[in-house]
Design a protein around this ligand. Structure first.
Ligand code: ZN
Length: 285
């Protein structure tokens, strides 16, 4: 578990790309910015890892040396709620992500569970739980035991991934890590975070359902978000006042409950907003 709140970007920051940094250089560059987490983006992967084992291991080594915690965002092409053929392909994609995560010593593979389609929500969740239990059995068969699978709260009402559903997955499936995307919850529920109490309530719910340790060690995504009645529309940077949610309110709750989350910036400003969030939290501790 984390010793303190950690911050980092989702993917390689633009400034690093512009100096043609390799992925192994990323942890040192983040450390120089005072950041200590990095989410590797495997979001367009198919059924095989799209990083060489050697490169993944070098990234892991460099992350360890620079005290940067790694996570990996799994493929967007995952739907554990659809017909059997699609679910089977999705499991293979998640196994590819988990394999690479194991190589780089990443702690969690974040993933989007899928879509309800026209089926009843309870049935979709039941099928998804079954698929995930089977996935974990496959991972254990492959001796992938350290990497957790992280169902994420989703930003559209058509997607499985309400807070309640993600908590139920974490309650019922082994080897899971809760992933709270605060912006997704905000968009899904049409602006649910209006005051500090709205943030506090989520932490209290997590504590009730999964215990204090799980609440303290959430893996989080944060960005300002624009939404419509169909959910999330676009990510915005922290300085855009007209969009929510407010990071300062979450920071207050982090300080109050002594949380030690990993907070990944999904803002268009990636590392710059990660630094901003770190400074806001530090100013409240
Ligand atoms: Zn995501």
């Amino acid at each position: 578990m984390a010793d303190h709140p950690r911050f980092g970007p989702a993917g390689v920051p633009f400034a690093f790309k512009s100096i043609k940094a390799s992925v192994e250089d990323v942890p040192l560059l983040l450390r120089q910015e005072g950041l200590d987490a990095f989410e590797y983006e495997a979001i367009y992967w198919g059924m095989k890892p799209q990083i060489e084992k050697n490169d993944a291991q070098s990234l892991g080594k460099s992350a360890k040396e620079n005290d940067v915690w790694l996570s990996l965002h799994g493929s967007y092409f995952v739907n554990l709620c659809g017909e059997k053929r699609i679910v089977e392909a999705s499991k293979k994609r998640l196994i590819a992500s988990a394999t690479a995560a194991e190589w780089m010593n990443a702690r969690v593979v974040v993933f989007h569970p899928g879509f309800y389609g026209n089926r009843p929500k309870e049935l979709v969740l039941k099928n998804c739980l079954e698929a995930l239990r089977d996935l974990v059995r496959s991972l254990n068969g492959l001796k992938i035991k350290e990497v957790k699978i992280g169902p994420e709260t989703m930003g559209k009402p058509s997607q499985l991934g309400s807070l309640d559903e993600v908590l139920q997955i974490c309650e019922e499936v082994e080897q899971t890590q809760l992933v709270i995307d605060w912006s997704h919850l905000h968009a899904r529920d049409m602006g649910r975070f209006r005051n500090v109490q709205d943030f506090r309530r989520v932490v209290e719910t997590v504590e009730d359902r999964l215990g204090t340790e799980a609440a303290r060690n959430m893996h989080c995504h944060f960005t300002k978000i624009e939404f419509t009645d169909r959910g999330e529309r676009r990510h915005h940077s922290l300085e855009e006042e007209r969009y929510g949610p407010s990071f300062a309110m979450l920071a207050q709750v982090i300080a109050e409950f002594k949380l030690r989350p990993v907070i990944i910036s999904e803002s268009p400003m990636l590392d710059l907003d990660a630094m901003r969030m770190r400074d806001i939290v530090q100013s409240m501790l």
